[in-house]
Design a protein around this ligand. Sequence first.
Ligand code: GLA
Length: 397
Amino acid sequence: MDLTTRGETFGAERARGIFTEFYGDKPRVFRAPGRVNLIGEHTDYNDGFVMPAAIEFYTFAAIGPRADRKLSVYSDNFSEAVEFGLDRIDRGPTGHWSDYVRGVAGVLLSKGTKLGGANLVLRGEVPIGAGLSSSAAIEVAVANALLANSGVEMDRAEVSRVCQKAEHEYAGTMCGIMDQFIACFGQRQHALMLDCRSLFYQLLPLDDNARLVICNTNVKHELAGGEYNLRRASCEEGVRILRQHLPAIRALRDVTPADLEKFASEIPETTYRRCRHVVSEDVRVEKAARALLRGDMKEFGVLMAESHRSLRDDYEVSCAELDAMVEIASAIDGVYGARMTGGGFGGCTVNLVRADAVEAFTSTIKREYQRVTNLAADVYVCSAAEAAGEVVEDGAR
Ligand code: GLA
């Protein structure tokens, strides 16, 4: 049972149709997926390990060339158009949806990439503000569209770095590389374990008998952006203190749980707890990868539960709605594991659910979440999807 209106063909055809209506020509269409992170939260900007999967929610970018040096961009979601010149792109966040487009174009140009003018039509189907990386999806779809439109080749790791930089410099979030990387490298039916320092990755097949079920709390607390950058600063503070004793470390990735314990008394209490989350989460990701490889979903679920507790108590990025949803899910028969996913302060939980238990899971979550919080939950039963690519007209890539 699929409870969403995800439509790969519909979205691509819609972007294509609007483009042709506006400009009379046939565009090329590129799409990039959202993601869900199975485990490894707030570790990416600490050079650590993450385990996301791309999901079947996409952003589509229809593109065609223009003769001048302008980008004209229309968002179907916002029913709004913006236009800017490629020769002078203003930096810095304005909070407008077009920041991501300006950002990607700006970063590409600043690297010396020769971009031609273009008309773009965007249609996003990744739920916005749900922690499923709608921003990385728009960045990667736009980057691939602009590059192809200009006849420039760029390897996928570089595309993900460009998009991350766009997010830093034009959207103001000092995010890690996870979201942009999985949008570029995801593979159907696989999670991807990424070493965020080396960008070495391993694709991990997902168990046929388990489903990825994403539950949206439908809340997004205001704190998200500011608190994210504060967490990052705490981790950096921890590294500065620890480096006095461990001069070789560059990031929390290099710190073992034993190291952290040894010097705990020198680290302010809150900073210590932030570090403890990151250091323990890295260990959990490695254990989770081994569990997945031997098909031990029970162990994987235990690690998800530990991750949630650590994010709630040590990293303090959960919220009452996420905690309620995880608690409800954990008590349902057939659930291997449940945790918040993404940056936190609202958004979604990720649940690994035995295939034959998904229907009962869905109705129980909806009913109980509504009873406890007075809010309606959305439930998406997902499969791990393919990375970003071009959508050619017969639907193939
Ligand atoms: C957001 C960021 C990612 C990552 C997660 C937390 O999604 O964009 O880089 O830091 O939060 O794991």
